[in-house]
Write a protein that binds this ligand. Structure first.
Ligand code: SAJ
Length: 405
């Protein structure tokens, strides 16, 4: 039996996927209301295909509990926040989950950490727990996830995976469990390499996006269309530049690369600069909006509305979103709270000024900053009427009143 600890964005789909592929699974979370919701037959966040997968897993007998289970394999997928000041990972949830596992795990059990951790976290924070608890029998494994919110179910099935283990035989045994559903290639390696590859993957993407964001700024100064430049450059067989945008959000790409900067501050200069470039984008969008307001003689900020609060399109996840970054930066300039904000995916109240219908949002608004290209607008670009659009995501088409980055 597998006990998946932490039923969030990664733990829940992983538990459901294993259960629906014949593995006996109990999902555990310390949040009793989350467990109650699951036990009531409801999922806890929106994701394509998740509800269907949930039904399959229930049929297959998955159970949810606030209690850790006595079993042979534990998969820890709890959050790994980071300290905003020193940019280092805060392993408190991983440590506390692993400690509890060590209290009840039977002899020889496998402890898989799936949470994203910076290189060496397992050696520094988890391995000593085994020593302290006198549990050298426990087999440590790191199996970082790679799935992308918005396409999680498909990617769980099809992505290649990495399993890092001290003992290659244990690595192969864990690979077998993941192979119950994973059709991709599973690479078995050591724990530190697995930790590093995960962070490197997200750093690669952060650096590539930073390059495109810098190109956007260069093209603006030089009077060139960055989208056209990138489109043509990408026709080269060895060039693949990502898209510039209003900033980089989510719990991974703007976060994980900082682990390398935090641990190797003298060396990771290029990565630091990339992260700073991405982090400059929300404010860059604000400046762009100001330029457009001046061009149109608009002085009243309450005529400007922000469309999109999530960190990317068609998800309900707002973590580190460019819009939240922009609101924070506005509050530092003492001017937050005066703009209306709307996101069809965010049904709860996340920020002041938020409204919950597109009609209410557009009332009295002359300029819309389109921070997220949800399909609501991609499928219906005329939804904004003839308002002025600031379009950093390049999703509103061309028009006299459409302003790109
Ligand atoms: N973004 C751009 N330009 C682009 C692509 C993305 O500005 O060309 C922005 C998005 O708008 C968003 C942010 O970057 O704000 C991140 O979005 P994403 O879709 O690129 O990635 P995530 O954070 O949803 O998921 C990433 C994925 N990692 C990689 O692609 C290397 C996913 O596979 C990982 O599982 C996930 O991080 C994670 O958990 O680490």
């Amino acid at each position: 039996m597998v006990n998946v600890i932490g039923l969030g964005y990664i733990g829940l789909p992983t538990a459901l996927m294993m259960a629906s592929h014949g593995v006996e699974v109990v999902g555990t979370d310390y949040n009793s209301s989350l467990v109650a919701t699951l036990n009531d037959g409801k999922t806890t966040f929106k994701e394509d295909g998740l509800d269907e997968l949930f039904v399959e897993a229930l049929k297959a007998g998955i159970k949810f509990s606030t209690e850790y289970q006595i079993c042979d394999t534990y998969i820890v997928s709890v959050p790994t926040p980071y300290d905003k000041l020193d940019k280092k990972i805060d392993p408190c949830y991983v440590v506390s989950a692993c400690k509890t596992v060590l209290e009840i795990a039977p002899e020889g059990a496998v402890l898989v950490v799936e949470s994203t951790v910076s290189p060496n976290t397992i050696d520094r924070f988890v391995r000593p727990l085994l020593v302290d608890a006198g549990r050298s029998d426990i087999k440590l494994v790191h199996a970082p996830e790679r799935i992308i919110p918005g396409n999680m179910v498909y990617e769980l099935l099809h992505n290649n995976r990495t399993i890092g283990a001290d003992d290659p035989e244990v690595g192969q045994a864990v690979a077998q469990i993941y192979a119950s559903f994973c059709q991709g290639e599973i690479s078995v390696t050591d724990i530190r390499t697995a930790e590093m590859t995960k962070v490197v993957e997200n750093t690669f993407r952060a650096v590539n996006i930073a390059f495109s964001n810098e190109l956007a700024k260069i093209c603006r100064i030089g009077g060139m269309d960055v989208a056209e430049v990138i489109r043509i450059a990408n026709k080269h067989p060895r060039v693949n530049i990502l898209n510039p945008g209003p900033g980089v959000g989510g719990h991974c790409i703007p976060v994980d690369p900082w682990f390398l900067v935090g641990d190797y501050p003298e060396t990771a200069n290029f990565i630091r600069l990339a992260l700073q470039t991405n982090a400059s984008m929300p404010e860059y969008v604000m400046h762009r909006t100001y330029e457009v307001m001046v061009e149109h003689g608009i002085t009243d900020v309450s005529k400007v509305g922000i469309y999109g609060l999530t960190y990317k399109e068609n998800v309900d996840d707002v973590r580190e979103s460019p819009t939240l970054q922009m609101i924070e930066s506005m509050s530092q300039h003492l001017c937050s709270g005066s703009m209306k904000i709307y996101d069809p995916w965010v049904e709860w109240d996340e920020v002041p000024g938020q409204v919950h219908s597109i009609e209410e949002f557009l009332k009295d608004i002359e300029v819309v900053i389109v921070m997220v290209g949800h399909s609501q607008i991609k499928n219906n670009p005329s939804i904004f009427g003839d308002r002025i659009l600031i379009d950093p995501c390049n999703v509103c088409g061309d028009g006299e009143k459409v302003y790109k980055l």
